[in-house]
Ligand binder design. Structure first.
Ligand code: MN
Length: 228
């Protein structure tokens, strides 16, 4: 058996402190997971069921890389998020067992064409063209949970050109990591290599060509990208 067109490389990110890599299978994202961000987007911050959307795995951008300013937008936004990398799959995972499925954690950016997202939202259409475009998912190296445990608190902070724009704490997440894994696994069978972008705090905003973004999550590390 051979492929009729050249096969592509498996998307992956480094594992911090090693020469190994973490293969990325699918990118799941949690919507509206910090109350202050829900308010800034114009919604009611009362806790409702979590919801999810996806990006293609090859939307990953390596730490230190460039996000080319995407076409068809005039409002490109950053959303800094903790990335949960799954080492083990499963369906209907119980909340109390969910952390056993986590390999490690990373720092990610859910880059968003906000104008296209809102246009599709307002027409009741899918979000993909706002969310799942090329190079829309920068991600740092994954730090194994075996090294740092499972961070449920800690500063999550983003600076654009050295100026702090987002500054919150992981403890402000509405849906905690075990809950998001459990919920998502009731909707799809999770698989090793799946990563979950866990939602962004408030302070989202636009970036332009040449901007330098630095995201930082306590205990996990930093992520640097440039808008190209
Ligand atoms: Mn997001």
């Amino acid at each position: 058996m051979s492929f009729v067109i050249p096969a592509w490389d498996l998307p992956s990110v480094p594992v911090a402190g090693t020469k190994d890599r973490f293969p990325v299978r699918r990118i799941w994202c949690v919507g509206r997971n910090y109350a202050a961000h829900i308010v800034e987007m114009g919604y009611d911050p009362n806790r409702e069921e979590p919801f999810f959307f996806a990006k293609p795995a090859d939307a990953i951008v390596q730490n230190g890389g460039v996000v080319p300013y995407p076409p068809q937008t005039k409002n490109l936004h950053y959303e800094l998020e903790m990335v949960v990398a799954l080492g083990k799959g499963g369906s209907n995972v119980k909340i109390e067992n969910a952390l056993d499925h986590v390999y490690g954690y990373g720092v990610g950016l859910d880059m968003t064409r906000r104008d296209l997202q809102f246009a599709s939202r307002d027409r009741g259409r899918p979000w993909e063209m706002g969310k799942g475009w090329d190079h829309s998912a920068p991600c740092s190296a994954i730090v194994p949970a075996a090294k740092i445990g499972h961070p449920s608190k800690g500063v999550i902070k983003l600076a654009v050109n050295g100026q702090v724009k987002q500054n919150s704490d992981l403890g402000a997440m509405i849906w905690k990591v075990p809950e998001m894994i459990s919920y998502l696994s009731a909707l799809v069978a999770l698989a090793p290599g799946d990563v979950i972008y866990s939602g962004t705090p408030d302070g989202v905003g636009p970036v332009v060509k040449g901007d330098k973004l630095m995201g930082e999550i306590e205990k996990i590390g930093t992520l640097n990208v440039t808008i190209g």
